[in-house]
Design a protein around this ligand. Structure first.
Ligand code: PLP
Length: 326
């Protein structure tokens, strides 16, 4: 499994595995938890993107450290730019966690941004953790940058079989980095879960060695779904929806819609509940990711199902906007 992890990164991204180590973890979630436990302690600050994947802040707090949030611009799918992160660094900062492609926004760091982030981490002597769980879901060829190419000794890459190979229930993730940090992570894991189940590792190894990650025709299908959903949502009154370059989510800004519905701009939970109960459409409110006024929607279903979902949203929302008959 360890070889298969490194070989995948070598095959897909030209990563030189010399000097790198890899371990299989019980899902990326347990890998990220182990990283926080190993690297952070009370008094440390850890810079996290906002919106963030839901477990990051809690895992940092469980290590006794303090999460510090930084947002980028909406045009860049809220991914914090290296300059945004630099402004957030204090004497207490010990690490920076990035997530590309991002859950929930679908933003992706390119090579230029990635290399600047490494330069910043190096110059400030900080750990740089890159959660790359959605690396198979990038829609512009060659636009994805992986930290594994950087050679940064305080850099750790986190990945998962859950998204790329649709193996969520197998609980299989991995970490790539220098043995100085990966070996103690293995020690820690040996006292937590021992290892991911052997059967999962066998299946994961086969998936990693195959070319199961999106081929061009599948990528084309997903791109079409993303464009179809984003463009339809963008036409709804008070909704702003762009086409994110990665993952399988769109993250529309619904603040204008909430205002029109006579609700507060942060009432996305109420909107998500309404869409679930009245329209039968599942969304996740942006407030779950620390950025209210948005909804996260997955475009995994076929395009006709997505179109039906938007029609139902339109109908449900439309009925709340109509003036009551007098
Ligand atoms: N990181 C991100 C950004 C995720 O979205 C998820 C799962 O949703 C994980 C990590 C955890 O993945 P796993 O199922 O491998 O624990």
């Amino acid at each position: 499994m360890r070889y298969a992890i490194l070989q995948r990164y070598e095959r897909l991204y030209g990563v030189d595995p010399t000097g790198l180590s890899a371990i299989a973890t019980t899902g990326a979630k347990a890998g990220l938890y182990g990283i926080s436990q190993l690297l952070f302690e009370p008094g440390d600050e850890v810079i996290l993107p906002r919106p963030y994947w839901v477990s990051y802040p809690t895992q940092v707090k469980l290590a006794g450290a303090e999460p510090v949030f930084v947002s980028g611009q909406a045009e860049n799918h809220y991914l914090p730019e290296p300059e945004d992160i630099e402004r957030t660094i204090t004497d207490q900062t010990r690490g920076i966690l990035i997530n590309s492609p991002s859950n929930p926004t679908g933003g992706v760091y390119d090579r230029d941004q990635g290399e600047k982030l490494v330069d910043l981490a190096r110059s400030e002597d900080l750990f740089l953790i890159s959660d790359e769980c959605y690396d198979g879901f990038v829609y512009q060829k060659d636009s994805f940058w992986t930290l594994a190419t950087s050679g940064y000794e305080k850099g750790l890459v986190v990945g998962s079989a859950s998204k790329n190979f649709a193996m969520t229930g197998w609980r299989l993730g991995y970490i790539i980095g220098s043995p100085e940090y990966v070996d103690p992570l293995e020690n820690l894991q040996s006292h937590l879960t021992s290892s991911p189940p052997a059967i999962s590792q066998k299946a994961g190894e086969a998936a990693l060695r195959s070319d199961l990650t999106l081929d061009e025709s599948t990528r084309h299908r997903y791109r079409k779904r993303r464009n179809g959903l984003a463009d339809r949502l963008d036409q709804l009154p008070g909704v702003d929806c762009t086409r994110p370059p990665g993952s399988f989510y769109v993250y529309p800004d619904v603040k204008g819609l909430l205002t029109r519905m006579d609700k507060g701009q942060e009432d996305d939970e109420e909107l998500a509940r309404l869409l679930l109960e009245e329209a039968g459409v599942v969304t996740v409110p942006g407030s779950a990711f620390g950025k209210p006024g948005h909804l996260r929607m997955a475009y995994l279903p076929e395009i006709d199902r997505l179109e039906e979902a938007v029609e139902r949203i339109e109908e449900t929302v439309g009925s709340t906007l109509e003036e009551p008959d007098c």
